[in-house]
Design a protein around this ligand. Structure first.
Ligand SMILES: [Zn+2]
Length: 365
């Protein structure tokens, strides 16, 4: 059998139990409950299809798929489902989430419970070679550095995941000992780096209205938009000045909106886009990567991706990732990988899904 070396660098297997009670806005809860039901979703899908409202029918299908996966009873079940979309032997970075500090209520499963569930899969003979679990880092989690070391050194975890819009800057000093450790051992860190997604829902205090590094005033606005301040790629300048060899992945390549802005398809004011900011960081620092997960659900972006892959520096730093099963809200996993692979061709796909993930994940010291 031909060995497959594909690595999907960005996937999730956490289920509903890891998500806080007030995660969805209250008005969406009844809708979510409806769409979760197969019979009801099928009914609406058929009605919309008959009415020739194909966009709406597809939307029903997508949200039903998304909600159903989140409802599977274990991370292993979700992982097996993910495997079904890829050739046997494909490997996956699985990124957990610590949503206990986002001020959206309690989670049924503790964060450590979520990690231990992944640790069990990592010990299972049938799965251990195919799963690369990461450790989520929130600076407010007590003893987080010890947690990191334990799961890296004793449980075979492969890297770190962070999500600044949950309410912390990447240059938060509480993260320094983790950065020093990761830089020393070349442990990869993946940061969410696109507008939107999940965000801190608590109060925005006066102290939060000044950027700690630039001193700039940050306009008070809805949390959903305010928290983009934490996500901005500019924040990594301060981290990389201090830890220039740190191996990081700025996930989502800045996000769909920023790619559209770069392409000139928005009426936003002329500012440097996150696409350009990430490109600049990659050119400046040796171990900065980016992944195309979620963002690449829309084929409008494929030409720019293809051209970016023509650049001699950038082509070695782009990682394949899908953002399973978050991306189900936009497209199915199989559609996602099929579109990209067919469009960029086998040679480029090998680069982003095999060679680059290999240098991102493995220690070359
Ligand atoms: Zn993700």
């Amino acid at each position: 059998m031909e060995t497959v070396n594909i690595i999907n660098c960005h996937t999730h297997t956490f289920n509903r139990a890891a998500v806080p009670d007030n995660f969805l806005p209250r008005f969406l809860m009844p809708l979510a409950r409806l769409l979760e039901n197969k019979g009801i979703s099928k009914f609406f899908f058929n009605v919309f299809s008959k009415m020739q409202k194909h966009e709406l029918a597809l939307l029903v299908k997508k949200y039903h798929a998304f909600l159903t996966i989140g409802d599977l009873k274990s991370q292993l079940e979700i992982f097996k489902y993910l495997q079904s979309f890829y050739p046997t032997g494909t490997r996956f970075c699985v990124l957990p989430m610590d949503l206990e500090f986002m001020q959206a209520g309690q989670t049924k499963q503790s964060y450590i419970g979520q990690l231990d569930e992944l640790a069990l899969i990592k010990q299972d003979q049938d799965y251990k070679d195919f799963i690369y679990p990461f450790i989520f880092v929130h600076p407010e989690r007590k003893g987080i550095f010890d947690i990191v070391r334990k799961y890296i050194e004793e449980k075979g975890f492969a890297g770190i995941k962070m999500y600044p819009p949950l309410g912390y800057y990447p240059f938060d000093e509480r993260l320094n000992e983790i950065y020093a450790y990761c830089e020393k051992y070349q442990i990869p860190i993946t940061f969410h780096c696109a507008r939107g997604g999940i965000f801190y829902k608590g109060e925005i205090t006066n102290g939060m209205l000044t950027h700690p590094k630039t001193g700039q005033y940050i306009k008070e606005q809805k949390n959903k938009f305010f928290t983009d301040t934490y996500t901005d790629p500019d924040n990594y300048k301060y981290v990389l000045e201090q830890f220039p060899e740190l191996k990081i992945n700025l996930a989502h390549f800045g996000g769909f909106d920023e790619w559209q802005k770069y392409l000139g398809n928005t009426i936003d004011e002329n500012s440097i886009t996150w696409y350009e900011k990430i490109v600049a960081l990659i050119r400046k620092y040796p171990n900065v990567y980016t992944d195309i997960s979620y963002t690449m659900f829309n084929a409008d972006l494929f030409n720019l991706l293809k051209l970016t892959l023509e650049d001699n520096t950038l082509k070695g730093k782009i990682l394949y990732g899908s953002d399973f099963y978050m991306v189900e809200q936009k497209t199915s996993e199989r559609q996602f990988v099929t579109n990209i692979r067919a469009y960029i061709g086998e040679e480029n796909f090998k680069l982003i899904a095999e060679l680059n993930p290999h240098s991102f994940l493995y220690n070359h010291l």
